[in-house]
Ligand binder design. Structure first.
Ligand code: UGA
Length: 580
């Protein structure tokens, strides 16, 4: 087989079809492509791409200009002008979750009718994701019926599933982990393997040659396993969130180093979406049910994912209270970064739940707004930039991990928002940085601090060289050391915390602070107004002052402070210092 002679055709110009076609064309293969959607054909013909995919437009443009990639409105011309036809049409889910093979059947019919008039042998390759037996029983038989020819004799049949990811499609095509070739007969498999050998040259990835059903099932098992890995971590994340000191990121690092588990696809978040995982898992379950086989692990994987998007809304409510009439910023709408694809994007559930809660939603996405508008219409506001999205907002939710959001600093949120409060649904921010500067919660992040809700600073008194923090308690003091704001972080000692917080928040140099004691003075209503006095001083050399006449205590009228107002206590300290 000579690459100058082998000609390829692609039926279906979605992510898989157009990316594979353009990659082959970019390496000199002659590629004809077709789509029933005339708009797509027109766009590709003009050297453009009908959706956003990094790096693809350059390849399409160059190949169209070079004449190696041609988009045709006539499918017959494409098929008869080629030696191998790839079926790359969509296989969406029907209402009941079963696979919708309408486009696959249509493509098979078109191929059969064209092959009816072809003398030579032709290879038909199913690249679309199809449930086991489809290649043989639907594609093969339809082509046989419409062409009057026999599979394995007059034409060849392969199932060649695709593993590229949206947003990484070009790179994944040039550097796949493996190529899976399911074949109806040896000649078909040989021809496809030969094509890939020519395409990859020395960098040929491992090739798996197998039966048609195995190839079809490999694709489903692959996606189901990946989705299960993510749902598994999301399940662990939900546990971490309730467990002070726990962090799912640390768990992922810890288990990812086990070679039997591996580090990829362990990123917890607010669930997976996209055009593949949701429909493929449902199709596999539906297919198996027809065969009277249960797939409980895959059902659980879907179940975890059903409710995961709502976790970010729950966290937002914990952070800022009820959402009614609050301006909430949604950062990211596409189902993952580097794509404008909104299919099964978790943002849909997040935004709808926010609207149900009465929030005023303003959203920003670098690429997906035009697609999001088709879903949300005018029920939400669309910002043109991150800044516009955050301005005046009372809580920001990270829904998709675009790099533009990763580079934001706590100061950006503080500068722009009415109340700087961030819920990180994709774990893009370092909690140790964010949680110290603004109200912050993240998926899979347990309380980072011991919080004694009673121990809230409501005054700071500095006298001579000593610092006195006055706190009041609504609970009996439990022997838990406290910080300004009532926090002790898990990864530091009490002394370190106090030194750091006092210095960071007030600018006072108290290094090295030594906690010398706690003085607790219940007031008339011990349950609500007990006062805990923590006397910090390195100069006092361990001496605990408990006598009121040595200190000037100034009380601020701060009512029993709810948990989420902890950061306001630091303001009180600052205000006090300013008036001194
Ligand atoms: C997925 C597979 O990864 C591809 O191998 C496959 O070819 C493709 O489906 C398909 O069947 O066509 P894709 O849906 O494009 O690719 O995107 P992924 O990168 O797999 O992400 C899917 C979802 O999982 C996204 O919502 C993403 O945010 C989420 N995800 C991914 C996580 O939440 N955590 C992770 O660790 C990884």
């Amino acid at each position: 087989m000579n690459e100058d002679k082998v000609r390829l055709s692609f039926l279906g110009l979605g992510y898989v079809g157009l990316t594979t076609a353009a990659c082959f064309a970019s390496r000199g293969f002659r590629v004809l492509c077709f789509d029933v959607d005339k708009f797509k054909v027109e766009v590709v013909r003009s050297g453009k791409v009908p959706f956003f995919e990094p790096g693809l437009e350059e390849l399409v443009k160059a190949s169209v200009e070079r004449g190696t990639l041609k988009a045709l409105e006539d499918s017959r011309e494409a098929i008869l002008g080629s030696d191998i036809t790839f079926i790359t049409v969509g296989t969406p889910a029907k209402e009941d979750g079963s696979i919708d093979l309408t486009y696959v059947k249509e493509a098979s019919k078109i191929i059969g009718e064209a092959l009816h008039d072809k003398d030579g042998w032709h290879l038909v390759v199913v690249k679309s994701t199809v449930v086991p037996t489809t290649t043989e029983k639907v594609v093969g038989r339809t082509v046989e019926k419409c062409s009057g020819k026999l599979a394995g004799k007059d034409f060849g049949l392969c199932a060649n599933p695709e593993f590229l990811r949206e947003g990484n499609a070009v790179e994944d095509t040039f550097k796949p982990d493996r190529i899976v070739i399911g074949e109806s007969d040896r000649r078909s498999g040989d021809m496809l393997e030969e094509l890939y050998r020519k395409f990859y040259g020395e960098n040929i990835p491992p090739i798996v040659r197998t039966t048609l059903v195995n190839a079809e099932l490999i694709k489903y098992a692959n996606n189901a396993f990946l989705a299960t890995k993510i749902s598994f971590m999301n399940m662990i994340a939900n546990l971490c969130q309730k467990l002070p000191g726990a962090d799912v990121e640390a768990i992922a690092d810890g288990i990812g180093l086990d070679k039997r588990i591996g580090p990829l696809f362990l990123k917890a978040g607010i669930g997976w979406g996209g055009s593949c995982f949701p429909k493929d898992l449902k199709a596999l379950i539906n297919f198996s049910q027809k065969m009277e086989v249960d797939l409980p692990i895959i059902e659980a994987t879907l179940k975890v994912n059903e409710t995961q998007p709502y976790k970010i809304v729950e966290l937002a409510k914990e952070l800022v209270g009820g959402l009614e009439n609050k301006r909430i910023s949604v950062l990211g709408l596409s189902f993952k970064p580097e794509t404008d694809d909104m299919r099964y994007a978790v943002s849909i559930k997040v935004v709808n739940r926010l609207l149900e809660e009465g929030a005023k939603v303003i959203a920003y996405d670098p690429k997906a707004v035009h697609n999001a508008r088709k879903i949300f219409g005018e029920t939400i506001e669309y910002a043109n930039s991150v800044e516009e999205c955050l301005k005046g907002s009372e809580c920001a939710l990270i829904v998709t991990e675009w790099s533009a959001f990763k580079s934001l600093k706590p100061e950006d949120f503080i500068r722009l928002m009415k109340i700087p409060a961030v819920v990180d649904g994709r774990r893009i921010y370092a909690p140790e940085v964010y949680s110290k500067k603004l109200r912050f919660k993240a998926i899979g992040l347990g309380e980072r601090k011991y919080y004694n809700p009673a121990l809230a600073v409501n005054a700071i008194i500095s006298k001579d060289n000593s610092i006195l923090l006055v706190k009041r308690s609504v609970e009996p003091f439990k022997g838990l050391w406290s910080l300004p704001g009532g926090f002790v972080e898990y990864d530091e000692t009490v002394e370190d915390s106090i030194t750091r917080e006092v210095k960071e928040e007030t600018g006072l140099s108290v290094e090295p602070v030594k906690v010398v004691g706690v003085y607790s003075q219940p007031t008339r209503s011990p349950a609500k107004h007990a006062v805990t006095v923590c006397y910090l001083c390195n100069i006092l050399g361990g001496e605990l002052k408990t006598s009121d006449e040595n200190i000037e205590v100034k009380f601020f009228s701060v009512e029993c402070l709810p948990r989420q107002l902890a950061f306001d206590h630091l303001k009180i300290i600052e205000d006090y210092l300013k008036c001194k």
